[in-house]
Design a protein around this ligand. Structure first.
Ligand code: MG
Length: 453
């Protein structure tokens, strides 16, 4: 059996890699491993959600765990409420930003952190060995529905105090934020226009991953309505993307760096965490405001969250819109980030465009090259052997995640995707020309090795 758990729990094509049988086993394994008596389960809007939920709950009940069903809420709400309800474990049925035919199971512990690699390896072992601790028939757990999504909306309402009636266009992409995000912004006094705010597991309106391309319609709407900003989430609401008042998609790295700057300015310095993939503008802004990027982790929000906790950092995030606010909890939170960003704009007296303008604009380019799951890691380790020679560089090579080569005028990162059959290339250059040169050399090298892997 191949590896079941990736950087975001179990994820795969429904009824192929991810079946109800597997969901049931995950329920049994987690209850066995954590000796869990109390579990919380939520899902995003995917059509396979209820089917997998039933199977997961059967496994949990069979191992003696009682389950509270929260229905459709964002991933950060599930993490927050797992702690709030004093449960031993929380489950989110989601494939995040992946297409609708995928689904996944992400497991959270009671401290709002998702399961570490170590715990996931233990689960994998239990599943492989079929060593489930089934309950005596009298000890079988119960499941009940619990309507507590409002407690998460309350968290968002408490997180900011806005005086200005901000005109915000919210795009839930038919995903798990469809209700809570517009509700919270309304409650904060914003003038909200909600688009794609009907729950629909086919994601008919746009791709679930918020990108400049998938948000063109939102950008046009922001401009047409003369709104202050647009806010969009991925399928499960742990990522956020912004459109500025001119209808322009805000670069993920610069948004992250601008919020890093604001946080450090407000706190008088502090530690920040990001991943190997983020732009060097995060360091530039952190240092400008007396803070420090203390760690560049592997890609994957769990690594950022763990490092934030370990270092006592004030903020951290990934340049895909996954921002972690440790004051509240350790799960990346899209709606909370949107609310806190509005507060930041109001405190600074700036429009979104002005807020971002302070961040230097280095050139980041990203490309994905298809590579089968079973070959992708092998291909990357082959590239590692030839990378330095290919670039004729004596730059610093880091292997925290994939391979990252620092060059005189930028850097290059080549890594196998944790969740998809892809090799991801990220390049940053001081100028567009520098970035393009690095990227064309990099893609040629990857393509040669994908063919030969
Ligand atoms: Mg997500």
């Amino acid at each position: 059996m191949g590896k079941l758990f990736g950087s975001s729990g179990v994820r795969g094509l429904v009824n192929s890699a991810l079946t109800p049988q597997l969901a049931c086993k995950v329920g049994l394994a987690v209850a066995t491993h954590a000796k869990a008596k109390k579990a919380v389960v939520a899902r995003d809007t995917r059509v396979s959600g209820l089917m997998l939920e039933d199977a997961l709950v059967a496994g949990l009940n069979a191992a003696g765990a009682d389950v509270s069903l929260l229905g459709v809420v964002p991933t950060p709400a599930l993490a927050y409420l797992t702690r709030g309800l004093r449960a031993d474990v929380g489950f989110m049925l989601t494939a995040s930003h992946n297409p609708p035919e995928y689904n996944g199971i992400k497991v959270f512990s009671g401290d709002t952190l998702s399961y570490t690699e170590q715990s996931q390896t233990a689960l994998e072992q239990i599943i492989t060995d079929n060593s489930f601790a089934l309950a005596d028939w009298r000890g079988i757990g119960k499941a009940r529905s619990l309507n507590v999504g409002y407690a998460y909306v309350e968290l968002l309402k408490q997180a900011a105090k806005l005086r200005k009636p901000w005109r915000v266009v919210v795009d839930a992409g038919c995903g798990a934020t469809f209700h809570v995000a517009p509700a919270a912004l309304n409650a904060l006094g914003c003038k909200v226009t909600a688009v794609n705010a009907q729950p629909d597991g086919y994601f008919p309106a746009r791709k679930s991953e918020p990108t400049a391309e998938s948000l063109t319609s939102l950008a046009e709407t922001v401009k047409a309505l003369g709104a202050d900003l647009g806010v969009a989430f991925d399928g499960d609401g742990d990522r956020v993307a912004f459109i500025d008042e001119e209808g322009v998609f805000v670069d993920f790295d610069r948004a992250l760096a601008a919020y890093v700057a604001y946080t450090l300015k407000k706190r008088g310095g502090g530690k920040v965490v990001t991943t190997v993939e983020a732009s060097m503008c995060v360091e530039t802004m952190a240092e400008r405001y007396g803070g420090k990027v203390v760690e560049r982790t592997k890609v994957g929000d769990i690594y950022v969250s763990e490092a934030i906790k370990r270092h006592g950092a004030v903020f951290g995030g990934e340049p895909c819109g996954a921002w972690v606010h440790p004051r509240f909890h350790y799960c990346p939170d899209g709606p909370l980030s949107a609310v806190l960003l509005l507060q930041a704009l109001e405190n600074e007296g700036k429009s979104l465009r002005e807020f971002i303008a302070e961040v230097p604009q280095y050139m980041t380019l990203r490309e994905n090259i298809k590579c089968k799951n079973e070959l992708k890691y092998k291909a990357v380790s082959k590239i590692e052997k030839t990378l330095t020679t290919a670039f004729g560089s004596s730059g610093k090579l880091s292997t925290v995640d994939g391979i990252r080569l620092a060059l005189k005028n930028g850097w290059l990162l080549i890594r196998a995707s944790g969740t998809e059959p892809l090799i991801r290339l990220t390049v940053e250059g001081e100028s567009l020309k520098a970035a393009q040169d690095i990227m064309s050399k990099g893609t040629a090298l990857v393509k040669a090795n994908v063919g030969a892997a």
